[in-house]
Design a protein around this ligand. Structure first.
Ligand code: ZN
Ligand code: ZN
Length: 68
């Protein structure tokens, strides 16, 4: 399943990923995990973890915060 240009995130290779969405491309890697309604605080934490997409809801996080 290694298509060219495919995201290299390790969650894609798992039969049962621990998160709903890939933090690098936002693709759903485990649709068995219910979609969560995230708070801004949750997304702030995801940003600090250098995620591009939220792993719980798959939403693209703003990338304008520079490091920590
Ligand atoms: Zn991905
Ligand atoms: Zn979220």
């Amino acid at each position: 399943m290694a298509r060219p240009g495919t995201c290299a995130n390790f969650n894609h290779g798992k039969p049962s990923a621990p998160v709903r969405a890939c933090s690098m491309c936002g693709e759903v890697v485990n649709s068995g995990i219910p979609l969560k309604a995230c708070s801004e605080a949750k997304h702030d934490k995801e940003r600090r973890d250098r995620n591009v997409f939220c792993m719980d809801c798959g939403k693209r996080l703003a990338s304008d915060s520079r490091g920590l």
